[in-house]
Write a new protein. Structure first.
Length: 408
């Protein structure tokens, strides 16, 4: 079977999910808990922001433009939450604080530092133009404006906006259910003693569950499945009846004991198998009943890279997101040489550092074998090397993709 390029597989997954995607139901959450959830309805403003003409600075509210040297009698004060009441007489002005309501009929606010107070009068030291230092009613948000659209992954800044508009409960899509299963007779649970050198700890399943918790999903831990076709089929069949997505680790290659791919094929359909990427050539995408299936390879680093490349965006789409986040990529300069064979796209783990002039340096983070988990832990980015790319000398320009959690 010919290897499928990374971009082609990403498009294939997107197309399949787009054709058969079920939109999760709607629930409401408190506005303070809405960040990271997917908005289920357009949000329209019931308010003007600002809700009135507001002073942008501390100073004095005047009825119209005024020239330097003019004198104005101070007749009252307007503070935030305590507006000036009544009419301003001719020749009068109002002391006003930042954020306070500008009295009706006032044409501008002269800055405090541009005035001199003499008794009950204020003298302008500079001209004041009409409309100076006033935030007009509704100039940022007008009543009826759509401020956020359905399908948006809500951010903390969106919480600030929604709370400013007085919205206490936010309609979001309910979390989808994602089951995680690992396979292999050699696997042991972390925290339990291993029985021999042929036993290893199951890092993949726990890594997957940790990464899934950064998305609006309910994680279902299916534990470990033995290397047995009937047992794997039974576990997957049960999972397909209770969750939206199943993600497995291991068993998707062509070894004598790699049963996961065969089990999925018997229970549903497989849309893809091999991808032109390193690490992680074996990859299974398919369906069982109405449940989507993603099969990652058993090598830990292969699964880590595969999650970033082929799972993140589809999972967000299944959660209802229409603005699926794209990875940040930019150019850096190699501080050391890189080894790379043409033929597959390569995502090497790397360290990137920003220089005083704003440019970035990058270097591989140790050896790049797909079992080297410490290298991923030490890295803060990928080197993104195209299929046709070969060895690169130090000083070459290279595309890097930072790990978001490694940077503030």
């Amino acid at each position: 079977m010919a290897l499928t390029p990374v971009a082609e597989l990403q498009a294939l997954i997107d197309a399949h999910i787009g054709r058969r995607k079920r939109v999760p139901p709607v629930e409401t959450v408190p506005v303070a808990e809405a960040a990271g959830r997917v908005l289920a309805e357009d949000m329209m403003s019931a308010l003007n922001i600002p809700s009135a003409d507001i002073a942008a600075m501390d100073g004095y509210a005047l009825p119209a433009a005024a020239a330097a040297g003019s004198r104005w009698r101070i007749v009252g004060e307007s503070a935030a939450g305590h507006p000036f009441a009544g009419a301003i007489p001719e020749g009068g002005c109002v002391r006003i604080m930042t954020g306070a309501v500008v009295p009706p009929g006032c044409g501008g606010v002269v800055l405090q530092e541009n005035t001199r107070v003499e008794g009950e009068e204020v003298v302008l030291l500079q001209d004041m133009a009409e409309g100076s230092n006033i935030r007009r009613c509704g100039e940022e948000v007008a009543v009826g404006a759509t401020v956020l659209s359905v399908g948006r992954i809500l951010r903390t800044a969106d919480v600030m906006l929604l709370a400013t508009l007085g919205i206490g409960e936010v309609p979001v899509h309910a979390k989808i259910k994602v089951a995680v299963l690992s396979t292999g007779d050699e696997l042991h649970e972390p925290g339990t003693p291993v029985e021999g050198v042929d036993q290893i700890y199951d890092s993949n399943r726990h890594t997957l569950m940790a990464r899934l918790r950064t998305l609006p999903v309910e994680v279902v831990d299916l534990g470990q499945a033995a290397d047995d076709l009937e047992g794997v089929m039974h576990t997957l069949d049960e999972a397909a009846r209770m969750v939206d997505v199943v993600i497995t680790s291991g068993g998707v290659s062509v070894g004598d004991y790699d049963y996961m791919r065969e089990a999925v094929l018997r229970l549903g359909a497989i849309h893809h198998y091999k991808v032109a990427v390193k690490p992680g050539k074996p990859f299974v995408f398919g369906q069982m009943l109405q449940t989507w299936y993603f099969g990652l390879p058993g090598n830990p680093v292969s699964g880590f890279v595969g999650f970033d490349l082929f799972l993140k965006a589809p999972l967000w789409a299944l959660c209802g997101a229409t603005e699926v986040p794209q990875p940040l990529r930019f150019q850096a300069t190699l501080a050391t040489a890189v080894k790379k064979s043409p033929g597959r796209m390569d995502f090497q783990r790397a360290l990137i550092t920003q220089q005083d002039d704003g440019s970035w340096l990058a270097e591989p983070c140790g050896l790049q074998d797909s079992h080297r988990v410490w290298g991923v832990s030490r890295a803060n980015a990928y080197l993104v090397l195209g299929e046709d790319c070969g060895d690169l000398p130090a000083g070459s320009a290279v595309t890097v993709q930072p790990f978001g959690e490694a940077f503030l």
